[in-house]
Design a protein around this ligand. Structure first.
Ligand SMILES: CC(C)(COP(=O)(O)OP(=O)(O)OC[C@H]1O[C@@H](n2cnc3c(N)ncnc32)[C@H](O)[C@@H]1OP(=O)(O)O)[C@@H](O)C(=O)NCCC(=O)NCCS
Length: 177
C-alpha cells in the first residue's frame, strides 16, 4: 500500500476549524489566508461541500476551499464558476500527495455538484498537472494585475467555458479590509 492511499479527504466540519486555521497559517507562514478562510465561511460565496480537509494518521494535514465567483463581460450573461483558494498542506506533510488528492477530489466533487469551471491564481508549475491552462485561452481575466501564466482555468466538462469570457469577480471577503 502506497503512502497516498493512507490520506483521506472529507468535508470540513465545525470541529476542524481551528486545525484548518493552523494549516493555512503554517503553510503560508502568515495569517492572511487563515483569516480569509474564516471570512469566507460567512460569505454567500461559500459552499460547505467544497471546503475539504486531508487526514493522515488521524491528523488534519491539509485544506482546500472552492468558492463561487462570477465572470462578466459587457453584453453577456453573467456566468458562475468556482475559485480554488486557498490550498494548504502543513509543511511537515508536504510532498506526500495530500495537495494532489485535495485538488483531484475537490475538482471531482465540484463537477458532481454541477459547477462548470474552476479558476485558480497559483503556481504555474503546479496546477497544469490537473488540467489547468492559462485563462487567457477563454479571455477570462483577473480583476487585478497578475502574470498570465499564473491565472488559470479548468473546465469541469467539455466546452463548459466555450461562451464564457470576461472579468472574474471574487467574493468581497477576498478583499483585505
Ligand atoms: C502547494 C502545496 C499545497 C502542495 O501540497 P503538497 O501536499 O506538498 O503537494 P503534493 O505532495 O500533492 O505534490 C507535491 C508537488 O507539488 C510541487 N510543489 C509544491 N509546492 C510548490 C510550489 N510552491 N511551486 C511549484 N510546485 C510546488 C512539488 O514540487 C511536487 O511536485 P512533484 O510531484 O513534481 O514532485 C503545499 O506545498 C503548500 O501548502 N504550500 C504553501 C501554500 C501554497 O503555496 N499554497 C498554494 C497556493 S497556489
Amino acid at each position: 500500500m502506497g503512502i497516498v492511499t493512507a490520506i483521506t479527504i472529507r468535508e470540513e466540519i465545525k470541529a476542524d476549524q481551528e486545525a484548518v486555521f493552523n494549516i493555512n497559517e503554517q503553510a503560508f507562514g502568515r495569517k492572511e489566508e487563515a483569516l480569509l478562510v474564516d471570512r469566507l465561511r460567512d460569505s454567500t460565496a461559500f459552499i460547505p461541500a467544497l471546503s475539504l480537509v486531508a487526514i493522515y494518521e488521524n491528523k488534519l494535514i491539509g485544506h482546500i476551499l472552492f468558492t463561487r465567483i462570477s465572470i462578466t463581460a459587457a453584453g453577456q450573461r453573467e456566468a458562475t464558476a468556482l475559485a480554488l483558494a486557498p490550498l494548504a498542506v502543513l509543511p511537515e506533510y508536504q510532498k506526500i500527495g495530500a495537495g494532489t488528492l485535495l485538488v483531484e477530489k475537490g475538482l471531482a466533487k465540484a463537477a458532481r455538484l454541477g459547477y462548470n469551471a474552476v479558476i485558480v491564481l497559483g503556481h504555474a508549475h503546479y496546477y497544469p498537472r490537473f488540467g489547468f491552462v492559462p485563462a487567457e485561452k477563454w479571455n477570462i481575466t483577473a480583476p487585478f494585475e497578475v502574470p498570465a501564466a499564473a491565472f488559470m482555468g479548468k473546465e469541469l466538462f467539455p466546452h463548459a467555458l466555450d461562451h464564457i469570457t470576461g472579468v472574474v469577480t471574487y467574493a468581497p471577503e477576498f478583499e483585505i479590509s
